[in-house]
Design a protein around this ligand. Structure first.
Ligand code: GYE
Length: 311
């Protein structure tokens, strides 16, 4: 059946393709979903996929990429944990004529010939729509926001902050009173939220929580509940990813909005690599995925539709 599927997608070529994927780790539900979806998308096309889990460390990613180069894979996917420090290793891949695709995060480099394409969402836009949603919902009242940032130095943390800051800058009644990293994990989101609650009058002076991903938001919801507060009611909760657990929280009235990030970055990435290697077709430098805002009204339905996806 793998073979039949490969033929259906028009790419028996793919059956000879080996792709090495340097994945960050499994810090969030979204990340775990991306890994599962990548496996499925590879299988559909008959691609041999090798995944290396970097346990959140850039040095492990660099080692994995070097090992993929040594093995002579046909293409390399990398989800870069932080934005800087990639030029040397990507130059090695380029010299070995192995195309590299960036998945879900981008890099800071002056040389965009170091990768074939990047499949990501517009993470600045995600921050901006989160901020615009909040501004609209709050109206004219004063609102103190606490922010849970993603991994320090990662492109989504930098950009989701930037987009949100831009949106609320137009509304002087909205201000960020505390902002700290929760490293995109539930456990750290909860821990940092606990410290915010202590520092903010037992949470009474907090009007909204903006989290750079849903997992940290779920941790924050737990911390708020344990402190006797009502997230989603007394405190507005907005975040990014649209994982099933966040829909569950919204359906239960404990969260107010999330911006969807598709876990299927690999499908378009595999197609771009196949078209490039088979027909010499250059993809655009950026393959942008969609970002849609979800609110509580459809949360129960969305949760039902997604709960078996395993993330
Ligand atoms: O939002 C977060 C994950 O890189 C855009 O990484 C991605 C982010 C995603 O850990 O949940």
């Amino acid at each position: 059946t793998v073979c039949a599927l490969a033929m259906m997608s028009g790419s028996s070529f793919a059956a000879d393709l080996t792709v090495g994927f340097s994945q960050i780790g499994s810090e969030s539900g979204w990340r775990a979903a991306e890994t599962s979806v990548t496996k499925l998308e590879a299988k559909k096309r008959g691609i041999d996929l090798k995944i290396a889990d970097a346990q959140q460390k850039q040095e492990n990613q660099i080692k994995a990429i070097r090992s993929f180069i040594a093995q002579g894979v046909g293409a390399i996917f990398v989800a870069p944990v932080v934005a800087t420090g990639w030029d040397d290793v990507l130059k090695e891949a380029k010299d070995a004529k192995i195309p590299v695709v960036l998945l879900d995060r981008t890099i800071d480099s002056k040389d965009d010939s170091l990768y074939l394409t990047a499949v990501t969402s517009d993470t600045v836009y995600e921050g901006r729509v989160a901020g615009e949603w909040l501004a609209k919902t709050v109206g004219d009242k004063p609102c103190n926001i606490v922010e849970l940032q993603g991994t320090v130095g990662s492109s989504p943390a930098i950009n989701r902050k930037k987009g949100f800051d831009e949106a609320i800058a137009k509304h002087p009644n909205l201000k960020i009173t505390r902002s700290q990293t929760g490293d995109f994990t539930r456990a750290k989101g909860k821990e940092v939220m606990e410290s915010f609650i202590k520092a903010e009058n037992g949470g009474k002076s907090i009007c909204a929580v903006y989290a750079h991903n849903d997992d940290m938001q779920i941790g924050a919801i737990q911390a708020l509940k344990e402190a006797g507060l009502k997230p989603g009611k007394d405190i507005l909760m907005v975040s990014i990813d649209a994982v099933p657990d966040l829909f569950k929280a919204m359906a239960n009235g404990e969260a107010n909005a999330t911006v969807e990030l598709t876990p299927n970055m690999a499908g378009p990435a595999f197609d771009a690599v196949i078209a490039y290697k088979k027909d010499g077709k250059m993809p655009p430098k950026w393959i942008q995925t969609e970002s849609k805002v979800y609110l509580p009204d459809t949360a129960a339905k969305e949760y039902e539709a997604r709960k078996d996806l395993g993330y």
